[in-house]
Design a binder for this molecule. Structure first.
Ligand code: ZN
Ligand code: ZN
Length: 273
């Protein structure tokens, strides 16, 4: 079984602590064949530079690229290292998004939504004080908008808000009412030949499912989805590669025969066996 982790954060992300080298060393220890370094770049905040609460992306993303390129040379023959970026909320500021894409030569771009326009990250949301149905409709609508954005490879952690809904309320809502919206997102990904990420971080959280869960990965496949990437979203070296095998099992159960890694935005199919 070939194990690749296509979503990791180094200390060039505001919320992660290990160097790219430490992440790569952990990947080798875990028996991975490939890793993508996908540090955070929140498009709407690039403009604040050094005053940004997440640090200056103008410094951090070039540093992430440099570190990943150095690791690529150092680990050649042992581990394939790919340069990536997790582009947060690209649709909130198209101009800054364009600027983010100029930072350098990326292999792989994840697109993600952590917060709705004008609101904090779902992580901070008091779900008892909001209309959850309204929030989830807005979230899926924004993902549909994001799925039409041309400059990404894989749509990251779909159902992200549910992680926090579960942690605060002990349950998640039935997704049936949202299926038309989710199907529209999948339709757009398929039409634009984009991947859906199976983010395995949720397996180590109280909700104990991948993001998105099995039934949605299966739906993506039934609709004709061709590409899935698998990522741990590791923010620490000890989480690199953890759960990739479980992610592979989800992809297999959905009917996929391969998962995907990206080199210079070109999909390469990795057999699931
Ligand atoms: Zn994310
Ligand atoms: Zn992430």
């Amino acid at each position: 079984m070939i194990l690749c982790d296509f979503h990791t954060h180094s200390n060039n992300s505001f919320d992660a602590e290990n160097t790219v080298d430490e992440m790569c060393r952990a990947a080798v220890r875990q028996g991975l064949s490939a890793i993508a370094v996908t540090d955070h770049c929140e498009a709407p905040y690039i403009v604040y530079g050094d005053d940004c609460e997440f640090g200056s992306f103008d410094k951090q993303i070039p540093a992430s690229l440099r570190d990943a390129q150095a690791a690529r040379e150092k680990y050649r023959g042992e581990l394939d290292v790919f340069c990536g970026m997790e582009l947060g909320e690209p649709m909130h500021d198209p101009k800054q998004t364009e600027r983010a894409l100029q930072y350098g030569d990326f292999d792989f771009i994840l697109a993600s939504v952590h917060n709705l326009r004008g609101l904090d990250d779902f992580y901070y949301m008091d779900f008892s004080a909001v209309d959850l149905n309204e929030i989830l409709c807005a979230y899926f609508d924004e993902l549909l908008e994001t799925a039409s954005f041309p400059y990404f490879d894989s749509l990251s952690h779909l159902t992200y808000p549910l992680r926090y809904v579960y942690e605060r309320t002990g349950s998640v809502p039935d997704l049936t009412p949202y299926l038309p919206r989710i199907e529209a997102i999948f339709q757009k990904l398929i039409q634009n030949k984009k991947a859906l990420e199976i983010n395995v971080s949720g397996l180590f959280k109280p909700m104990n499912t991948t993001l998105p869960p099995q039934e949605l990965v299966s739906l993506f496949r039934r609709m004709g989805g061709q590409y899935v990437t698998i990522g741990t979203d590791a923010h620490r070296a000890d989480m690199v590669g953890k759960g990739v095998k479980e992610g592979i099992a989800v992809a297999k159960k959905a009917g996929f025969t391969h998962y995907t890694l990206y080199q210079a935005h070109t999909p390469k199919l990795i057999p699931l066996d």
